[in-house]
Design a protein around this ligand. Structure first.
Ligand code: HT7
Ligand code: ZN
Length: 872
């Protein structure tokens, strides 16, 4: 397989003004007839009458005609997944009849079956698996779609836009025709057919138009979509209020499907969701999953403007829509709940997973320069780092300036397929600023490192911060240029007061420093006493920051920084320092220390009842196994695990009484609601519970089992079960079995059970994972189930990182099995193995060996790209 390059972009040679599709749905073969209204692109520099359409190996051509003239075989070629029509007029209608077999489509791209329904996934290049087309995002067309099907099996038949006709065919089947008045690329096409239940609602837009809202699910799930509907209405309102964006069609539909490669898809007017991102009920769904439903509903809805009305010119620009839309959904969730809590969660995820990606063999800029398979580039870098880049523009321009920029962007490019440059240009033009240096963030990969030193001159009352920046080499980018990095800074006095200072001639207590050189010194004047710097507040840039804080300074910031985000940051740094000491002791075979300053910090935290319980819970959360791995020079999973367990144990024993008290005083007595206040209390209560159990207290063990048995919501039930399993209490087997029996008819809950069971650390961990894959509730065709079991295995340090390499070999077996069957999923499963160079030598060698074994197979483009880049 070969790479394609951004620098080779050329405009399409043909345009498709109208696309008329007819689907004759059938259990064995589906016939697709397309009528494409084509014309030469006046902007194309290539003078050719040959039309090259994209197809797939799974599309069988039945016949092709130009303006009703059926082409004989010598007038076209059909090979290598392309349909080439040798000579065409300037403007014509191409009719193409093809046959596909959705029931055999295991890749879940194009048209496929999920349970008893038909559904589609066309982003990025799925449409070519339905019929021959110019399957690229800069070819935008008006779609009219007719679906023909057996009414008794498929009473609901949906596509984009508005239903314009319905009737019976001569054979007695039902047909429904949908028309979408908005031009769109093929990746936004959608079709759903099935025996579905619907929840109806409506929304009145800011200009007074009524929009019909519908959420469709299989019959047994319709009682779980109220929260999604409420989230949708709140998202629609928020986008009007914050971005001035109104919904445009008269109907907005969402459908839940069980088999889906990703979270959800923003098809115009017909979003399709992985059921895990749509369904929610108190009894079956945890708080985290509720928040995910809310965020994904918002994300897909926000795409209607940032993605659909204004789309991407080519797939290198993916972050144009994804980075911006993630930023928008993060802001929505922050406004809906607590902004600090949301920021901590997002940053923690970024620093754990995106930083690891950026330091690995697949590292790429948010606008990649090349790819082999675009599905591999739906990455944390494109999404999460992309959102951070948009956030930095927001920080640089301020709320109002950013809104002026987004207004101009939407106005200027409505109905167009554009680039990241166009987005930045709109921001520049609306604000009269120059972001040319800032734009390096789009083309430069890797996580920049800021090294900060300081000095205080008591006499002059000046405080100086010297900041050096360095971005490490990444694949194909050995040297890096200086970036424009906004660093938000405040100064904290000895008694935790915010110290004001003069900077740029103005008295202030917080400032955004513009770091844009390799080394710079910033001088703060009128600083009355020696400060503790509070750096990178709110994580104002996606960078690693080194400043040599003392333990005392970290304890002070942890309890006193006026910036809530940096209180968390300080606590994390303190815990990281403590863990690193323990890791070293473990590796040297030394005795673990039995004391930690973290106890003092936690004690103060637990005593302060004025704090948001959600923040307290976050601060109590020790840096995860994955985050400590990201920070390590050489990852030693056993050492990290032992250090984390030990540190938790010290804190748990020292503060047993406090944890018990916090557990008992944060019970929620009202009926379950997924609101900020209740979620906060539950998160603190359950964090305290796990520390309390870690203390070894029998009373705590009884409390956790009681909580499991009495819980009236999944958050509390699952938190208790996880604790019982993690600490391997006597009831672990019994409760795991009881949990399965109670919930065996709820697929999403069974997935949680699969994950927890796979993650359970036991003697025979890998055998237990193998048994789960044989369990009747497991189905390898279902990506959610696979993610649960393999994800659980990944958390199971003993089983996955076994020195004999059996965990890695098992993962490699699954990748080989799925390589052809579902290449997108297979390729994602490779992620842990791509980190082999970061592991301690004994494990690195085993991982590499498995990658080499995979490389010897006949690989899909998806897996080939990841494996070959990892071994390069
Ligand atoms: N824009 C959507 C991307 C997506 C996708 C990509 C590749 C393969 C399957 C997929 N399903 C959905 C999701 C989003 O970011 O909103
Ligand atoms: Zn998206």
């Amino acid at each position: 397989p070969s790479a394609i390059y951004l620098k080779d972009y050329t405009v399409p040679n043909f345009l498709i003004d109208k696309t008329e599709l007819t689907f004759d749905l059938d259990e064995t073969q589906t016939i697709v007839t397309s009528r494409l209204h084509l014309r030469r692109n006046p902007e194309s520099k290539v003078q050719t009458s040959a039309l090259v359409l994209d197809g797939g190996e799974d599309v069988k051509l039945i016949g092709v005609a130009i303006d009703e003239y059926a082409l004989p075989e010598q007038e076209y070629t059909n090979k290598d997944d392309k349909l080439i029509i040798t000579a065409t007029p300037n403007e014509f209608v191409l009719t193409c009849e093809t046959m596909i077999e959705p029931q055999n489509n295991t890749k879940l791209e194009g048209l496929y079956r999920s349970s008893s329904m038909f559904c589609t996934q066309c982003e990025a290049e799925g449409f070519r698996h339905i019929t021959y087309y110019l399957d690229r995002p800069d070819v935008m067309s008006i779609f009219t779609t007719t679906i023909i099907g057996d009414e008794s099996r498929y009473p609901v038949m949906l596509s984009n836009g508005n239903e314009i006709e319905r009737g019976k065919t001569e054979e007695g089947k039902t047909f429904v025709t949908w028309h979408d008045p908005f031009k769109k690329p093929a990746y936004l096409f959608a079709l759903v057919a099935g025996d579905l239940e619907v929840l109806n609602d409506n929304f009145t837009t800011m200009s007074g138009r009524d929009v019909k809202l519908q959420i469709f699910t299989e019959k047994h799930n319709i009682d779980k979509v109220d929260f999604a509907m409420d989230s949708l209405k709140r998202s629609m309102k928020w986008d009007e209020e914050v971005y001035g964006r109104e919904y445009d069609l008269d109907i907005f539909m969402i459908v839940a499907v069980d088999d889906f490669n990703m979270g959800a898809m923003e098809n115009k007017g017909l979003n399709i969701f992985n059921s895990s991102c749509l369904l929610a009920s108190p009894e079956t769904t945890t708080d985290d999953a509720y928040l995910r439903v809310e965020a994904v509903v918002a994300h897909e809805y926000f795409h209607n403007w940032s993605g659909n009305r204004v789309t991407c010119r080519d797939w290198f620009q993916l972050s144009l829509k994804e980075g911006f839309t993630v930023f928008r959904d993060q802001s929505f969730s922050a406004d809906t709940h607590s902004d600090v809590v949301k920021r901590v969660e997002d940053v923690s995820f970024l620093k754990t997973a995106q930083f690891a990606e950026d330091a690995g063999p697949m590292s790429h800029p948010i606008r990649p320069a090349s790819f082999i398979e675009i599905s591999n580039f739906y990455t944390l870098t494109i999404y999460e780092k992309g959102a951070e880049v948009v956030r930095m523009i927001h920080t640089l321009l301020g709320e109002e300036g950013f809104r002026k920029g987004s207004d101009l962007y939407f106005e200027r490019h409505d109905g167009q397929a554009v680039t990241c440059d166009d987005f930045v240009k709109a921001m520049e033009d609306a604000n009269g600023v120059d972001l040319s240096q800032f734009k390096r963030w789009y083309s430069q990969a890797g996580t920049p490192r800021l090294t900060v030193t300081d000095s205080y001159d008591e006499q002059a009352q000046t405080y100086s911060l010297t900041i050096q920046q360095m971005t490490p080499p990444t694949p194909n980018q050995p040297t890096k240029l200086a970036l424009h990095i906004p660093v938000k800074v405040g100064l904290v006095g000895q008694s935790n007061e915010a110290l004001s200072f003069t900077f740029d001639g103005q008295t202030q207590d917080e400032v955004v420093l513009h770091v844009n050189d390799v080394e710079q010194t910033f001088v703060f004047e009128n600083v009355m006493s020696k400060p503790v710097p509070s750096l990178l507040r709110g994580f104002s840039a996606p960078v690693k920051l080194d400043y040599d804080y003392s333990t005392e300074q970290l304890l002070q910031l942890m309890s006193g920084d006026p910036d809530g985000f940096n209180r968390w940051s300080a606590s994390q740094q303190l815990a990281v320092n403590e863990l690193n000491k323990l890791i070293e002791q473990y590796q040297n075979g030394a005795q673990f220390s039995e004391e930690t300053p973290l106890v003092e910090g936690f004690k103060a935290l637990l005593a302060d009842e004025s704090l948001d319980p959600a923040m307290v819970a976050l601060i109590l959360g020790l840096p995860s196994q994955a985050y400590m791995s990201e920070l390590a020079d050489k990852i030693d999973p056993q050492a990290i695990k032992a250090a984390r367990e030990h540190l938790r144990g010290i804190a748990a024993k020292a503060l047993e009484v406090e944890f018990k008290h916090v557990y008992e005083s944060n019970a929620v007595s009202e009926a379950y609601q997924a609101n900020a206040e209740q979620i906060a209390k539950r998160s603190l209560k359950n964090a305290a519970l796990s520390y309390w159990v870690a203390s070894g207290s029998d009373e705590a063990k009884a409390a956790v089992v009681r909580q499991y048995r009495n819980a009236d919501n999944m958050t509390d039930q699952f938190a208790a079960l996880s604790c019982v399993v993690h600490f391997n209490l006597a009831e672990a087997d019994e409760l795991l079995n009881a949990f399965f029996e109670q919930w065996k008819h709820e697929a999403l809950v069974v997935n949680k059970w699969l994950m927890l069971s796979a993650a359970r650390e036991q003697e025979n961990g890998l055998e237990q994972v193998k048994a789960l894959m044989e369990h009747p509730s497991f189905d390898i065709k279902n990506p959610n189930k696979l993610r649960s079991v393999i994800g659980g295995l990944g958390q199971n340090v003993d089983a996955f990182h076994n020195l004999d390499g059996s965990g890695y070999a098992f993962l490699a077996d699954q990748i080989i099995l799925l390589n052809k069957r579902n290449p997108q999923i297979a390729s994602r499963l490779c992620t842990p193995l791509t980190r082999w160079q970061r592991m301690v030598p004994a494990l690195a060698e085993k991982m590499k060996g498995e990658l080499e074994r995979i490389a010897r197979e006949d690989l899909s483009k998806d897996v080939y790209e990841v494996v070959s880049k990892s071994l390069a």
